[in-house]
Write a protein that binds this ligand. Structure first.
Ligand SMILES: Nc1ncnc2c1ncn2[C@@H]1O[C@H](COP(=O)(O)OP(=O)(O)OP(=O)(O)O)[C@@H](O)[C@H]1O
Ligand SMILES: [Mg+2]
Length: 309
């Protein structure tokens, strides 16, 4: 079983309009609501792959109830930790040109509520094949919250995949996450350099076991204990890149659980994430494209940067 923590889940609302124009009224052509948050996207992808997974998430208020109901409808096993604050919403206004996003911050969790999340995770770690930590921390949550979870997983011998940025990522490195998956901007911000190989090496020096950097249409660069690897998508695709990183995280977690080696794991992650771009909604992927891309993608070893680089 894969354990997925989403500390700051959301009800994702999508409004489709013929054309978005600021400071005017719009007639909404269609409105949709579904459970969201990066970990929820990861859970959706794993469920579609037939990988048993359990999503742990704090939920509160009517919006939290709507998230739980949607997870149940979608057949996604979850463990809701009740909290007093109201779960947040995100709003995506989509027109034919692009999407415009409004993300609420989410409720502040009390220390006792966050402890309940930790306890729920701790209780399931003995049965977990890997722990996924995905997305922002709720307001008021200490920046070392992910570090704490990484350390608890390590104590149970459970590998971790961390997809976070800013202080939550930086603070977790010293706890030794098995894999961190920043995108290019997150990696640059965490390491203070735009050179991907140097930045990934810097994050490994700070404690990450491996750094898998996602580079949008350019695929992945991985800095690992077995050396550096590059894996490009067999095809550049156009579509909705939101959630492509979450699909890569799902593939990495499944690979870690299975004990896969990097030359197998990285093409799988590249294929699944490219197939996710082809699906209109985050958390979905085009299955036929995934299988096609998977048989075509290859990881090639590339030298680590020299210390002077
Ligand atoms: N246009 C594209 N064509 C093919 N593959 C893509 C494309 N865009 C993204 N990908 C794949 O998706 C992976 C993740 O993309 P990206 O680096 O944009 O992640 P991200 O910013 O973390 O996304 P998110 O956080 O929204 O899930 C890339 O490493 C690549 O394999
Ligand atoms: Mg991402």
């Amino acid at each position: 079983m894969l354990l997925i923590v989403t500390p700051n889940p959301a009800l994702d609302l999508t409004y489709t309009v013929p054309r978005l124009r600021a400071h005017t009224a719009h007639r909404v052509a269609s409105a949709a609501a579904r459970a969201g948050g990066k970990g929820v996207n990861v859970a959706r992808v794993l469920a579609a792959l037939g990988r048993p997974a359990l999503a742990v998430l704090p939920l509160g208020g009517p919006t939290g109830a709507a998230v739980a109901a949607d997870l149940t409808t979608a057949g996604l096993p979850h463990l809701a930790v009740p909290v007093a604050g109201e779960t947040r919403r995100t709003v995506a206004v989509v027109d034919p040109a692009d999407a415009t996003l409004f993300n609420e911050p989410g409720p502040e969790l009390t220390a006792a509520e966050w402890r309940s999340v930790l306890d729920a995770v701790e209780a399931r770690l003995p049965a977990a094949g890997a722990l996924v930590l995905s997305g922002s921390l709720p307001p008021g949550c200490p920046a070392d919250a992910y570090a704490d979870l990484v350390a608890r997983a390590a104590a149970h011998g459970v590998p971790t995949v961390l997809d976070a940025d800013g202080p939550a990522l930086s603070a977790a490195l010293a706890a030794g996450p098995t894999v961190v998956k920043p995108n290019a901007a997150e990696l640059r911000a965490a390491a203070g350099t735009g050179d991907v190989r140097a930045a990934a090496a810097a994050l490994r020096e700070r404690g990450a076991g491996a750094v898998v950097a996602s580079l949008g249409p350019d695929g992945l660069y991985a800095a690992t204990a077995e050396g550096g690897w590059r894996c490009e998508p067999p095809a550049r695709v156009t579509g909705n890149p939101t959630g492509a990183g979450d699909a890569a995280v799902a593939a990495l977690a499944a690979g870690l659980q299975a004990g896969a080696a990097w030359p197998a794991m990285l093409p799988d992650a590249v294929a699944l994430s490219a197939a996710a771009v082809l699906a209109p909604l985050a958390g979905d992927f085009d299955r036929a494209a995934y299988l096609r891309f998977r048989s075509a993608a290859r990881a090639r070893p590339i030298p680590a940067p020299r210390p002077a680089d």
